[in-house]
Structure formats: C-alpha cells, structure tokens
Design a protein around this ligand. Structure first.
Ligand code: HEM
Length: 373
C-alpha cells in the first residue's frame, strides 16, 4: 500500500481505512522536566514523519552512521515498504498534573471512566501518560515503529504496557469489506466511516468550543482489552449466537432482514409475535437510537496472546473507539452493554485506557501536541 500522508488537519490512523495489524503502546513519562517532554514529542514527531513514509527512523539509518555509534534505526524494516503505517499519539489524564504544569489544560472529556459492572481491570495493563497506536499492513513495520519510538524515548519514557493485534475488527471506510471478530461475526457494519463527513464533525472531531481549544481537530480514544471465553462461545448454538448480536452470522444481516447493510428494524416481528431483534441484542443496546444519537468510530483488533495455562486461548478483542466526548458516547453505551448484554457471559473487560489525541501535525515545523504546550 502507498504511504499514508503524515501531515494534515487530523492525525492519521483514525479515519484512515483500518489497516490489518496493530501495535498499541502506552508509555509512562519518567522525567518531570517539561522541556524534556516537549523535546521528546518533537523528536518523536520527526521520526514518525519518516517512519510512516517508509524511511528509517533517523537520517543515518540502520547502517549509515559511525561504526562506533548505536544506529539511529534498529534495522528490521530495511527493505520493507511503508505498508500503510500510521502512528497516532494520545495523552492520558495522568499527563495533566503538576509535573508539567498542564493541570489547567486537562480536558473535561478525560474524566475517569466509571466502574462498569463485571469488569476486572488490571492496572498494570491500563492507563498511561502517553499512548501511540501503530497500525500497518505488515506487523513487522508496526513493531519496528514502536520499537524505535521507545528507543528514542530512552530515559524520558518507559513502556507501561503494549498490545499486538492481528486482523482488524472494523471497517472505517465504505470501500472496505467488513472483517470478522473472533466470535466469527462481521464487525464494523454500522460503524462511523470516513465518508460520513457531517457525522464525523458531529461525533468524532473535537471542536474549539468543546472546552479545550487546543484539542480542536483532535479526538478522544477509549481502549478496552476484552477477553473472550471462546471455548464457551464455541459450544453455544448458532441461533443463540445470532440472537445475542441481533445479526446473522453468515451475511451479517439484521435478524429479519436479508443483506448486511439493511437498516435495523427494531419493530419488525417474527411469526412468533416477538421482535426479530430482541431488546437486549448487542446491536440494539449499542444503537444510536438508544443513546440520543451517540456514535463511535470503532477501530479494534483481534488478539490471541497465546494460551492461559488452563487449556484456554488467551483471546479476544482489543477494542478501540474514537469519539468527540466519551462522557456522552462510550460511557452510556458501555453502561447499557455492561448491564444488559447477554454477550457478557462470554467476555470480560480486563484493561482500559482513555486518551486525548491532539489535532494533526501541519508540517515539518509542527509537532505532536504543540497546541498543548
Ligand atoms: C456492533 C461485536 C463490544 C459498540 C457490533 C456488531 C458486532 C459487535 C458483531 C454488529 C456489526 C456492526 O455493526 O459493527 C462486539 C464484540 C464485542 C463488542 C464481540 C466485545 C468483545 C462493544 C463495546 C462497545 C460496542 C465495548 C461500546 C461500548 C458497538 C456499536 C455497534 C456495535 C456502537 C453498532 C450498533 C449499531 O448502530 O448497529 N458489535 N462488540 N461493542 N458494537 Fe460491538
């Protein structure tokens, strides 16, 4: 695939048609010097501008520098194309503290998420001062990018947690085929998409009037690592599986409908007099009509982190959603899912992240987060 432009009004990696692979990493800032943090963001931006265009992280590269110095690129992507790499940065609530004098600029949209029924969050794989989402069609390219950012950040940031994902579980453009999640269902059918210009302004991009002018053109990111009990799921009948989501497994059509992109009709009743799509079907609980029109741009990935030592796959969905205000979008949707979704018998949320992703980098003189500092 051609390189994805790095510069623009918005960061790449949000409405960019979802690539196949993910390496998501959260960092803790280990310096408390504001100037060092700004310098790091500038160095990261310069490296990201190069990496996303298929170049090496630094100008000397893996083998072009002095033999007695450590190379300014780690080398494992030599010869590989840009592979659609995007790098997207976000700032966690913990960055906005007294260390860097940013408390007054903390967006209200970063209010801590409430505790949701049934979740079992592991703090060691949650939160973080900074995050970088690397997406690419080649996993080696995504890993290479994160590894070089971590290398550049040595002494200023440390990796807090990271997650690899294979197989996108959403489409973010009408030109993409809808992929499947590890429960075998098409995922992303009713997602916000690149082509929905008016909805993106209304639901995705932060505006200057939203309380934090520095975030104008940015977006808020929620991540949730959701473990799936796939072995239990695999013993559930097809009919039950389809009832849980409210869609057919093969075509992905709404129950009672025919084709994947048919409108959801919650009033339509089957021969037994009951609605085809039940009141607690996942697509009903999550639907904009149940939440005052609130939508999400979902951009998650499948993961399998090996097995858990008890004979089960450690598998699930690394859920990623971008939005204009999590307090009006992710939170109410997830509250109703956590309370009513029958899917909860087969899943558990084990990690959580909430980040403010600043607007795009305009040109080579600009850097990630400039409007904040
Ligand atoms: C729709 C799966 C978690 C929000 C769907 C669909 C599937 C699905 C198969 C139907 C296809 C589509 O329109 O994309 C899953 C699985 C999950 C999960 C397997 C967990 C492992 C979540 C969470 C949220 C969410 C945590 C947000 C809090 C939505 C929304 C829709 C949707 C907004 C579209 C509903 C509509 O407008 O029709 N999901 N989902 N999902 N899901 Fe999930």
């Amino acid at each position: 695939a051609d390189p994805v432009p790095f510069y623009g009004e918005h960061q790449a990696g949000i409405v960019t048609p979802a690539q196949d692979r993910l390496h998501f990493t959260a960092f803790d800032v280990i310096t408390d010097d504001r100037a060092e943090l700004v310098e790091l963001l500038q160095e990261w931006t310069a490296a990201a501008a190069r990496l996303t265009q298929g170049k090496e992280a630094g100008s000397f590269g893996a083998v072009g520098g002095a033999p007695e110095a450590a190379p300014d690129d780690t080398g494992e992507a030599l010869g590989l194309p840009a592979s659609g790499l995007t790098l997207t940065i976000g700032f966690g609530a913990s960055l906005f503290d007294e260390r860097f004098g940013l408390a007054a600029k903390r967006p209200a949209q970063l209010a801590p998420l409430p505790k949701f029924p049934g979740e079992r969050l592991d703090p060691a794989i949650s939160g973080g001062d900074l995050c970088v989402q690397a997406c690419a069609h080649d996993p080696q390219v995504a890993v290479h990018a994160i590894r070089n950012l971590a290398r550049i950040g040595f002494g200023r940031v440390s990796v807090r947690w990271s997650q690899l994902g294979f197989g996108r579980t959403s489409s973010t453009s009408r030109n993409q085929v809808t992929p499947r999640n590890l429960m075998g269902f098409k995922d992303g059918t009713n997602n916000l998409k690149l082509e929905d210009a008016a909805l993106l302004n209304d639901q995705l991009w932060a505006a200057a009037g939203d309380g934090s002018p520095w975030m104008a053109g940015g977006s808020y990111l929620v991540t949730r690592k959701i473990r799936m009990m796939v072995e239990t799921w695999d013993r559930t009948s097809l009919a039950e599986q389809e009832q849980i989501f409210g869609r057919t497994k093969g075509e992905g059509a709404p129950l009672g409908g025919k084709a994947e992109f048919d409108e959801l009709d919650f009033a339509a009743k089957g021969p037994d007099g009951k609605p085809y799509i039940s009141d607690v079907a996942h697509v009903r609980l999550a639907h904009p009509s149940s939440h005052g029109g609130a939508r999400l741009l979902r951009r998650g990935y499948n993961f399998v982190d090996g097995s858990d030592g008890l004979g089960r796959l450690d598998a699930g969905l690394f859920f990623i959603a971008y939005q204009r205000d999590p307090r009006r979008q992710f939170v109410p949707i997830q509250l109703s899912l956590a309370r009513h979704d029958v899917l909860n018998e087969y899943i558990q949320h084990v990690s959580s992240g909430l980040f403010a992703c600043p607007p795009g980098v305009r040109d080579a003189g600009d850097y990630w987060g400039r409007t904040l500092f």
